[in-house]
Design a protein around this ligand. Structure first.
Ligand code: 4AD
Ligand code: MG
Length: 431
């Protein structure tokens, strides 16, 4: 009896007969031999069907298999240094389950709109398989790091009555007789959770109704947000550089094969270790002016500005102390310099730009009240948040790491749209 095996763990069955279940990724035939490239979700492997070594009807059935046909087969696992993945299968029997007709995505080149329309099928592609496997590893590693370092996962709601990151990018929906908004960030709830549990994180989808059609913007993206009581911005940045270094190390350790599939230059990742360089917003503005950008103090960085800065570094760089006027209402001003706040964005190298936004939060009730007035935040919506400053307030800090932007950088991908199974983009809600 052939043991059921997974391609991803085929090495455990070297020399033995196994049964594989999967889909036909590709086929080459030369009269007496069919080379079936089988995928099963855990990997890809070449299965060699030789006339005379399988029943005649199996050989014929193999010849009729089309791209993405589903099948089972049995065969002997053979180590082969020339094979990708190091093994191939000498087939003993072939059992088609369904012969697929007219699979739309052929090995030829397709345009991006066509591929996006067929995203439900495109995710079967080898490159997409590698990218989304690395996405899994990034999430797993991030959670592992936080779990190992005393953080408790306490999630935040998606349906919320008020904004976290400003009202311009809110998705509005009906909540029975009330209005509700899709969460832009779990931070405000995270702050309550930090006062209850100390070190917490939330993880989930977040939504930005941004009319941005860039290679870095998703309308729906996944964000992991740690929040720490009794923590200042220095400590906050230390956690961030450690977390990001840990994620990169785990991807290098566990997803070498996938990094090879997408031809990522891993030497660029091997250097990602703490400490990361720090650059003040003031100095960043000088660099940009020096590079001929039309920008002045107080302006936000556009994507080209972030690219320009992050290209200058081989590790992620913290840009610190942004102008108060530019940033969210909850950020703690820098002592003696109220025009800037204790915050940092982490920009990934190689031109990738912002992957993390974080800050120290205002703890002082009087200052928080002043900010709420300045930003017209109602007592009704934010009263509970204000209470966090009244009942045992403490200095605290946190950040949000965008999963898809992080995956885009680690995989060296050009566009964020392939970093999530079903991207929501400006003008794209389907499939
Ligand atoms: O800088 P942002 O807006 O920060 C926050 O939301 C804070 N409340 C987080 C916190 O302190 N708990 O977003 C954080 C990160 C960005 O650095 C980026 O990686 C990602 O979320 N991000 C996006 N990713 C994809 N598409 C978009 N439209 C994104 N907007 C933000
Ligand atoms: Mg930001």
């Amino acid at each position: 009896m052939a043991a059921l095996a997974l391609i991803g763990k085929i090495g455990e069955h070297d020399g033995k007969e196994v049964e594989l279940r999967g889909w036909l990724y590709n086929k080459r035939s030369s009269g007496r031999i069919h080379f079936l490239e089988l995928r099963d979700g855990t990997g890809f492997i070449q299965c060699v069907v030789v006339k005379g070594e399988v029943p005649d009807e199996d050989f014929e059935a193999a010849g009729k298999l089309t791209q993405e046909s589903s099948l089972r087969l049995t065969g002997i696992v053979r180590a082969d240094a020339r094979a990708k993945g190091g093994y191939e299968i000498t087939v003993k029997s072939v059992m088609p389950f369904q012969v697929a007709q007219d699979y739309p995505i052929t090995p030829k080149e397709h345009g991006i709109d066509f591929l996006m329309d067929n995203r439900h099928l495109w995710i079967r592609h080898k490159r997409q398989h590698a990218l989304l496997s690395i996405r899994h590893e990034v999430i797993a590693a991030a959670q592992q790091y936080l779990n190992d370092n005393g953080f408790l996962r306490v999630d935040a709601p998606i349906l919320t009555p008020a904004a976290c990151e400003g009202t311009t990018t809110l998705f509005e929906t009906e909540y029975f007789e009330e209005k509700a908004y899709l969460s832009q960030s779990g931070q405000l709830y995270n702050e309550a959770d930090a006062m209850a549990f100390g070190k917490v994180y939330c993880f989930g989808p977040t939504f930005r109704a941004e009319k941005s059609k860039t290679r870095r913007h998703l309308i729906e993206f996944w964000m992991l947000e740690p929040e720490m009581a009794w923590c200042d911005q220095e400590e906050n940045q230390r956690v961030q550089e450690e977390l990001v270094s840990y994620i990169v190390a785990k991807v290098l350790e566990k997803r070498r094969a996938e990094l090879a599939v997408i031809e990522r230059d891993v030497t660029k990742l091997e250097d990602i270790k703490p400490p990361f360089p720090r650059l003040s917003y003031d100095d960043a503005i000088d660099i940009l002016k020096g590079a001929g950008r039309d920008i002045s103090w107080g302006d936000d960085f556009g994507a080209p500005d972030e690219t320009l800065i992050s290209e200058r570094f081989t590790r992620p760089v913290f840009v610190t102390n942004y102008p108060t006027s530019m940033k969210a209402f909850y950020m703690q001003p820098e002592p003696g310099r109220p025009e800037v706040v204790k915050c940092a964005d982490m920009l990934a190298p190689e031109g990738y730009g912002e992957i993390i936004g974080g800050s120290e939060r205002i703890w002082d009730p009087a200052l928080m009240e002043e900010r709420m007035r300045q930003h017209n935040l109602s007592e009704e919506a934010y009263g509970w948040y204000m209470q966090l400053r009244k009942f045992g307030t403490v200095p605290h800090s946190g950040f949000g790491i965008g999963i898809e932007r992080t995956v885009a950088w680690i995989t060296g991908s050009e566009h964020i749209r392939e970093m999530i199974p079903f991207p929501r983009l400006l003008y794209r809600l389907r499939p």
